[in-house]
Design a protein around this ligand. Structure first.
Ligand code: DC
Length: 232
């Protein structure tokens, strides 16, 4: 019997642990994992390098005109067992995770032309199904027909604490208040933008993981995935 493969869409606020769960799930099911936030971050990083965007300026037309010259690709790192983001052939995995990129990425991802380009690319990745994709609009816009949709939430303070530790572990110099402010700022912009705002799809299962350990979360999500596959 050919095993049926599904699409699992994981949406939610920033730093809710979407990518950790998504990665585990994909590894366990032998599915492809796609972190769409990395794609928006890479475009933002490119725009910063070209001086299209900065803390107090944004030349949206210049960025839109350049979109055809931006190529994004996930390249699998077999040592880390993780796909890293390459921007025009250069690995930018570390550069796209800085607080400077985090501060500008919501502005860049509010641009419809940017979203159109990335959504098309994301939809192509799902043609063979067998995919776990995380982001903000996966269950609502990219794959509204996904067989399983999850929506992750947690308190801003819990999320800021997680992100703060993550950044320190990676050797970035940040302070907690700056990270908390960024988390709250991004929540606001991501959920109030006109094009594809972050909202829970009607048929998504909501997970508030403020007080849930990783193991418990994973077990719940994994069981849901198995149940969904068994019903096909
Ligand atoms: O998942 P992340 O925190 O790395 O995402 C970075 C930003 O990218 C997020 O604040 C909003 C944007 N984003 C988006 O608009 N749509 C997606 N599908 C994924 C991310």
């Amino acid at each position: 019997m050919v095993e049926k493969k599904i699409i699992i869409a994981i949406d939610g606020f920033s730093s809710t642990g979407k990518s950790t769960i998504a990665k585990h799930l994909a590894a366990e099911l032998n599915y492809l994992y796609v972190d769409t936030g990395a794609m928006y971050r890479a475009i933002t990083y490119y725009a910063m390098q070209q001086k299209f965007v900065g803390p107090d300026f944004f030349d949206t037309d210049a960025l839109i005109n350049e979109l055809n010259n931006i190529s994004l690709e996930f390249v699998y790192n077999s040592e880390l067992k993780f796909s890293e983001m390459c921007l025009n052939g250069v690995n930018v995995e570390r550069e796209i995770r800085t607080i400077e990129v985090s501060k500008l990425v919501s502005k860049v991802s509010a641009i419809s032309e940017v979203r159109k380009k990335l959504v098309e690319q994301q939809q192509t990745m799902g043609t063979k199904r067998g995919l776990v994709m995380d982001g903000r609009d996966i269950g609502t816009v990219v794959f509204p027909e996904a067989e399983l949709k999850l929506f992750m939430t947690a308190s801003p303070e819990k999320r800021a604490t997680r992100r703060y530790k993550e950044l320190l572990d990676r050797g970035h110099k940040v302070n907690y208040d700056e990270v908390l402010e960024n988390v709250q700022q991004r929540d606001l912009i991501d959920s109030t933008r006109e094009d594809s705002p972050l909202i829970k799809a009607k048929d998504a299962v909501e997970f508030d993981n403020s007080d849930m350990g990783l193991k418990e979360q994973f077990e719940r999500v994994y069981n849901l995935a198995l149940l969904t596959i068994s019903k096909l």
